[in-house]
Structures are given as structure tokens and as C-alpha cells.
Design a protein around this ligand. Structure first.
Ligand code: MYR
Length: 131
């Protein structure tokens, strides 16, 4: 169900979320228009991800339940993993610089992919449409 290319359509509370993450105003303004596109390809418990935005292009693989490293566009390093609960992908990541946890959920709602983020009490969503 997650397979395909997803292009961000809109975001909710993303600016506040990034502010909580400590990202400065200039970077937040750029990030608000990052044209993020995520391609997901699932093979059993392995996912191949291609991420394309105005900041960068990157590809990675992760396996459900297996910890991996991921860097945000601003260089902040995270370590964590995704698990599948029912039809929902749940991710839990720890920031390497301060040890704080960022959780995220991907789910299909209608014909959209909704990714929710939570960090230090602030939540945001980015909603993607099939490209
Ligand atoms: C992936 O599955 O796409 C790779 C792992 C993603 C890890 C969690 C991403 C959190 C992104 C938060 C963006 C907010 C920047 C302030």
C-alpha cells in the first residue's frame, strides 16, 4: 500500500515542529517549500526509500525493527527504526546530538500518505499525494 512515489501536498504545524527541533527561520522558510518526494518500495520487511527535495537526493534501505542511521537535511543525525503495526508504519528515532526522541508515523488515509511527526510535545503532519 505504501509503494509508489509520493509528493508532498500540504503540511500542518510543520513550521512549529521545525522550530521545536531548533531549526532557524531561514532554513524553515526553505524547508516549507522543499517539494519533498518520497518513493517507497516494500519487499516483505525491507523498504527501499528514495528521497528527493530541493535540499538533496538520497536513497536508503531499512528493515522493519532494525536500527539504522539517518541524517536530516540540516545534518542532524538520527538513529532508530520503523516497525509495522497493522497498516501503520511507526518510527522511533533518537537525535544523536541531544538524545531526545522523534517519533513518526506513516499511514495511508484514502488516497493520501499521511506522515505525522512528534518531538518534545509538538506534532506536525505532512500529507502526500501519489505523484
Ligand atoms: C525514511 O523512511 O524516509 C527514512 C527515515 C526517516 C526518519 C525520520 C524522519 C523524520 C523527519 C523529520 C523532519 C523534520 C525536520 C525538522
Amino acid at each position: 500500500a505504501f509503494n509508489g512515489t509520493w509528493k508532498v501536498d500540504r503540511s500542518e504545524n510543520y513550521d512549529k515542529f521545525m522550530e521545536q527541533m531548533g531549526i532557524n527561520l531561514v532554513k524553515r522558510k526553505l524547508a516549507a517549500h522543499d517539494s519533498l518526494k518520497i518513493t517507497l518500495e516494500q519487499n516483505e520487511d525491507t523498504f527501499h526509500v528514495k528521497e528527493v527535495s530541493t535540499f538533496r537526493t538520497l536513497e536508503l534501505d531499512f528493515k522493519l525493527g532494525v536500527t539504522f542511521q539517518y541524517s536530516l537535511a540540516d545534518g542532524t543525525e538520527l538513529s532508530g527504526s520503523w516497525v509495522m503495526e497493522g497498516d501503520v508504519l511507526k518510527g522511533s528515532f533518537i537525535r544523536k546530538d541531544n538524545g531526545k526522541t522523534l517519533t513518526t508515523i506513516r499511514q495511508i488515509v484514502g488516497d493520501e500518505l499521511v506522515q505525522s511527526y512528534s518531538y518534545e510535545g509538538v506534532e506536525a503532519k505532512r500529507i502526500f499525494k501519489k505523484a
